[in-house]
Design a protein around this ligand. Structure first.
Ligand SMILES: Cc1ncc(COP(=O)(O)O)c(C=O)c1O
Length: 420
């Protein structure tokens, strides 16, 4: 069955035919047959070079052998015990060694779960109610943080989802990113702020980098005001460096959350942080957090296999390939005389059709999203799959070969020509 017919069938049963909003684009998304390395293949036999990579989850490449072999051997031994295993300790040790502030670790399933419990923990530890988040940062689809969120919420222009509790969101203070004065001002006006939560590099309104010194300054303000700093490293974790943004920028957060690239595509997340805070989690402390599937052996073994690979210096190669690709895109923009900006860091990048430097929510929403949609469709026609929204980020994996990157550059060239 082709994608059109599958979509017609899917949309009768699944809202808009997709199980997460950003997967939809007009007229309908391609349906996937399989994926291997840097390629994703549809049911009609068309192959695309993938820069969506599970929205950053697939750092090593699709169906990466070492990870799949590890999971295969675990499958024979059982898939869920709901009792502790030695593997969980092995993974916690690996995380604690590589992540700067990870004195303790609790495994969970999704990124949303990890950030939600990080916030609850911060409220309990500080005995304060309010939280600060930034415009365009996305931490999951739940009430505490779904205020001016990025990702699909921004694509759909939903600054506040229907159905949210006002009593919850009244405690969520939202600020512009990269503006330290706004943070200082806010702390002068409120003495009941439990924490600041942020993506240290924002990957959910396109890609936005912190200004020099911004993260360190946030850490200072938080400390001075007896609040906590939570780094949501669900995207940046294991991507910017083995120790995530904390290692990359040389900074320690009080709590940090991980997911995505941790397991190269299996369901797992982790909340990590200072021992005195983490030990407030039940049953050691009184902050309740629980899950049937937490620490399930398949995801844990997949994570161990992934982290073993990441120990080797793959980051240099990823960065080399990423610089090569982003330089080519920047050159093509000039060649085609197109008004556009490219933000990039490590193996992440995004193009914005804008005259302005893209540094915050205001600058992002001023970029030309119609042009982005045309660019996306052109790329698809030319065999390259990127996230279908301006408010997402493109990701390279360790499996993107120079040959695939050169092919992608040709596709980008043809696609930009159509826009020029
Ligand atoms: C930075 C960040 N935090 C949290 C989440 C939520 O993770 P999940 O979709 O696994 O719940 C996401 C998802 O894209 C994310 O990008």
């Amino acid at each position: 069955m082709n994608s059109a017919r599958l979509f017609a069938k899917a949309k009768k049963l699944i809202p808009k035919g997709v199980n997460s909003p950003v997967r939809y684009y007009e007229p309908y998304p391609f349906f996937v047959k399989d994926a291997k390395g840097c390629k994703i293949n549809d049911v009609e036999g068309k192959s695309y070079i993938d820069y969506c990579m599970g929205y950053g989850s697939i750092l090593l490449g699709h169906a990466y052998k070492d990870v799949i072999d590890e999971v295969k051997s675990q499958l024979k031994l059982g898939t869920l015990y709901c009792a502790p295993t030695e593997s969980e300790i092995e993974l916690a040790e690996m995380l604690s060694k590589s992540i700067p502030s990870a004195e303790m670790v609790r495994l969970m399933n999704t990124g949303a779960e990890a950030t939600m419990h990080a916030i609850r923990l911060a409220r309990a530890y500080t005995k304060k109610d309010k939280i600060v988040k930034f415009e365009g940062c996305y931490h999951g689809a739940y009430d505490y943080v779904l205020v001016k969120a990025g990702s699909g919420a921004l694509e759909e222009r939903i600054p506040l989802s229907e159905g949210m509790l006002n009593s919850v969101i009244d405690n969520t203070l939202v600020l512009p990113y990269n503006n330290i004065e706004a943070v200082e001002e806010l702390f002068k006006r409120h003495n009941d702020i439990a924490c600041i939560i942020l993506e240290p590099v924002i990957a959910n309104m396109g890609l936005i980098l912190p200004k020099d010194g911004y993260l360190h300054k946030l850490a200072e303000i938080v400390k001075k005001n007896d609040a906590l700093l939570i780094f949501d490293e669900v995207v940046t974790g294991f991507r910017l460096a083995l120790g995530g943004a904390q290692e990359y920028y040389g900074i320690k957060a009080d709590l940090a959350t991980f997911g995505k690239a941790l397991s190269n595509g299996f369901v797992i997340s982790a909340l990590t942080g200072r021992r005195d805070i983490m030990s407030c989690l039940a049953p050691e402390g009184k902050v309740y957090q629980a899950s049937t599937f937490a620490g399930n052996p398949l995801s844990v073994r997949a994570s161990i296999a992934t982290l073993k690979m990441l120990k080797r210096t793959i980051y240099k190669e990823l960065e080399k390939n990423s610089s090569y690709l982003t330089k080519a895109i920047k050159d093509l923009i000039i060649d085609h005389g197109i008004e556009a900006r490219v933000n990039n860091i490590a193996s992440m990048f995004q193009i914005f059709f804008s005259k302005m430097d893209i540094i915050d929510y205001e600058s992002v929403i001023s970029s030309n999203t119609d042009m982005f949609k045309t660019y996306f469709q052109q790329l698809l026609r030319n065999g390259v799959f990127i996230p279908p929204s301006q408010f997402e980020t493109c990701f390279l994996s360790y499996s993107h070969t120079r040959e695939a990157i050169d092919k992608s550059i040709e596709a980008i060239d043809s696609s930009l020509r159509k826009l020029g």
